[in-house]
Design a binder for this molecule. Sequence first.
Ligand SMILES: *[C@@H]1O[C@H](CO)[C@@H](O)[C@H](O)[C@H]1NC(C)=O
Ligand SMILES: *[C@@H]1O[C@H](CO)[C@@H](O)[C@H](O)[C@H]1NC(C)=O
Ligand SMILES: *[C@@H]1O[C@H](CO)[C@@H](O)[C@H](O)[C@H]1NC(C)=O
Ligand SMILES: *[C@@H]1O[C@H](CO)[C@@H](O)[C@H](O)[C@H]1NC(C)=O
Ligand SMILES: *[C@@H]1O[C@H](CO)[C@@H](O)[C@H](O)[C@H]1NC(C)=O
Ligand SMILES: *[C@@H]1O[C@H](CO)[C@@H](O)[C@H](O)[C@H]1NC(C)=O
Ligand SMILES: *[C@@H]1O[C@H](CO)[C@@H](O)[C@H](O)[C@H]1NC(C)=O
Length: 282
Amino acid sequence: MRVLLVCLAGLLVCLKTAEPHSLPQKDYDTDSSKHDITDPLNDTSGNNSSSVPDNTTEIFDSKTTILILRYLTRGDKKEYKGIYAHKNGKVKKILAGGRAVSDWFSKSRAYLGHKDGIYVYDTETEKLEKYGNLSDSVIGILKENRTDDLYILTEDHVVYKVIEEGTKKIKVNEAEHAEQIALDWDDNLYYIGANNQPYVVTSDGAKKIEGLPANPTSASFSRAPITTEHRSWFMSGKQPYIIYPNATSEPYVFNDQEKLEYEKRIRALQLIFLQLRNQAEE
Ligand SMILES: *[C@@H]1O[C@H](CO)[C@@H](O)[C@H](O)[C@H]1NC(C)=O
Ligand SMILES: *[C@@H]1O[C@H](CO)[C@@H](O)[C@H](O)[C@H]1NC(C)=O
Ligand SMILES: *[C@@H]1O[C@H](CO)[C@@H](O)[C@H](O)[C@H]1NC(C)=O
Ligand SMILES: *[C@@H]1O[C@H](CO)[C@@H](O)[C@H](O)[C@H]1NC(C)=O
Ligand SMILES: *[C@@H]1O[C@H](CO)[C@@H](O)[C@H](O)[C@H]1NC(C)=O
Ligand SMILES: *[C@@H]1O[C@H](CO)[C@@H](O)[C@H](O)[C@H]1NC(C)=O
Ligand SMILES: *[C@@H]1O[C@H](CO)[C@@H](O)[C@H](O)[C@H]1NC(C)=O
């Protein structure tokens, strides 16, 4: 059977040092005619790209686990294919039908969203367990930096804070019809609404982030690839922005070093995706 469109999202890179490294989170579209991992940076390197090693070992050491969420899109609908772990050169499916992955691991624990609630995956022991007793269909999941509390986005676009080890959830009333959620390192909560615009949740309600294009073709969040506090990272179309909890924003321009690092990482991930895709099609 020919797979029309495969999207890989929720790119997660975890270094053993627990130093957070993540890429702007985005969808990776591939199909059998093209292998097009769209790059949010304008690729001006042109013919220089072949200088990037075709080799992941320099970028991801054997202790690094990368979790990949794989799904197919059919029109507006996503068909979730599973969450895979890449470690030590091998790709392994860890949760069939998985729908979300937390983008930050603490103590080697990654939280995974599923149709029937939350799972926790230990990247060291490679054990998967159900977390808590909630049964929501989770399409977005985040862990706070300072606590063990989580935020989840459910399939019906409601955001909850999950406390007491996954046994209790509190609705975040401020976040209306969220499409995606994000936290910054200070645990400020952001969400993208139905209009592709980001909001920050503050003690006096949700505030729309100002200074962004009105009608972007796409919008997504990520933890910043550079360590940032008091701010988060947002992609409007292909342009990265830094967004602040005071509801302001500014476009971000990568310096040459960041750009090079980023391209190297993308290249390495492309290889992993190819490996995953080949394996998944077998
Ligand atoms: C990226 O490249 C496209 C054309 O390939 C151009 O229209 C767009 O303005 C560029 N964006 C930036 C931020 O350079
Ligand atoms: C890349 O190389 C080709 C020929 O090898 C050349 O025609 C093209 O202009 C180059 N592009 C850039 C961006 O340097
Ligand atoms: C790569 O790009 C730099 C400028 O970005 C240029 O000076 C250099 O000649 C290019 N190298 C090749 C092999 O195209
Ligand atoms: C990948 O790069 C590393 C470090 O440069 C090298 O030791 C290794 O042999 C390379 N592997 C392949 C398959 O090219
Ligand atoms: C995360 O939480 C720790 C512990 O409270 C704090 O020291 C740190 O500044 C926070 N931010 C980052 C980027 O780790
Ligand atoms: C989950 O467990 C907690 C504590 O054991 C209990 O209070 C709660 O009712 C349970 N929730 C569900 C949805 O089963
Ligand atoms: C919002 O926060 C940013 C970063 O802390 C700061 O540079 C900016 O001046 C603030 N803007 C307003 C209007 O307070």
